[in-house]
Design a binder for this molecule. Structure first.
Ligand code: G
Ligand code: G
Ligand code: MN
Ligand code: NA
Length: 256
């Protein structure tokens, strides 16, 4: 209950911030984008991890205004990097169940794109597989509207839900993100390796881009490279960092 009150006041107290984790093209090693990840730093207290407050925010409905702040901040950051002379950076934003199914998210995204001046072609929205499957008909309609605006859509935590790849055909999806639970034991567990391979092969047969999450070791990276995975995120390349860290990374890449 105290947490709920604190979370309620966090927006007006400006206690939220975004970190960004690079998304790396496996074949070239280039940073092709970043994922925005929410952080909560209550005044005078240590950072609270998203897993410790997003479920509560979701339950109480606070995730809707918080998610709105995340969208606007990430879009504004995309524009700010561009204005600072960097090449365009694709920014991915996570959408919660309530944000995606409980409100007119396409209308909200359109309004925020207009407000920030962000080009929709550089925005990716991530929806988890389980949210997609909660209401496939509504999800398909919302995604069609977002895709028509030029926004890219990614399925997050793929493999943890119950959708078949065949059922994904009805959604205008651009990317699949392989959940890190499959990546972590990739080089030890033959079942996980088989799952990852199957997802890569089938995604490619559907002309989808595949991103592996939670890549921590060079052995995992080598496996993914060998099996044709397109992109990766993980501590192996970089943890989520402040916006300045992303800018430094992009400037270093330009200079190289
Ligand atoms: O950054 P971290 O690994 O701690 O994130 C933990 C979880 O919180 C992940 O599942 C991630 O998708 C989720 N998350 C991070 N930022 C956001 C956000 O802005 N909105 C929503 N809905 N979920 C987020
Ligand atoms: O569910 P989502 O994919 O949005 O979650 C992203 C989360 O994964 C973030 O909380 C981020 O901090 C975390 N993460 C990113 N890279 C790694 C990694 O290499 N290993 C682990 N264990 N977590 C990671
Ligand atoms: Mn994500
Ligand atoms: Na994920």
């Amino acid at each position: 209950l105290r947490m709920e009150g604190a979370l309620q006041r966090a927006l007006q107290r400006q206690e939220f911030l975004l970190h960004y984790q690079p998304v790396v093209d496996i074949a070239t090693g280039n940073v092709s984008g970043v994922e925005a990840l929410l952080r909560w730093k209550p005044h005078g207290r240590p950072m609270v991890a998203p897993s410790d407050f997003i479920p509560l925010a979701e339950e109480t409905g606070l995730i809707v205004p918080i998610g709105e702040w995340v969208l606007e901040t990430a879009m504004a950051q995309q524009v700010a990097w561009l204005r600072r002379g960097l090449p365009p950076v694709r920014v991915s934003v996570n959408l919660s169940a309530r944000q995606f199914l409980g409100q007119d998210v396409a209308q909200r995204v359109a309004a925020l794109l207009a407000k920030t001046g962000c080009d929709p072609r550089w925005l990716t929205l991530e929806i988890t597989e389980s949210v997609l499957m909660q209401n496939p008909a509504a999800a398909a309609e919302t995604m069609a509207r977002l895709a028509n605006m030029g926004v890219q859509l990614a399925i997050d935590d793929f493999g943890t839900g119950y959708s078949s790849l065949a059922s994904l055909k009805r959604f205008p999806i651009h990317s699949l993100k392989i959940d890190r639970s499959f990546v972590s034991d990739l080089t030890q567990d033959a079942d996980d390796a088989a799952i990852v391979n199957a997802v890569i092969a089938l995604a490619h047969s559907m002309k989808l881009n595949v991103i592996a999450e939670g890549v921590e070791t060079s052995e995992q990276l080598a496996f993914l490279h060998e099996h044709g995975c397109d992109q990766m995120q993980g501590y192996c390349f970089s943890r989520p960092v402040e916006p300045q860290g992303i800018e430094a990374l992009l400037r270093a890449a330009e200079a190289a």
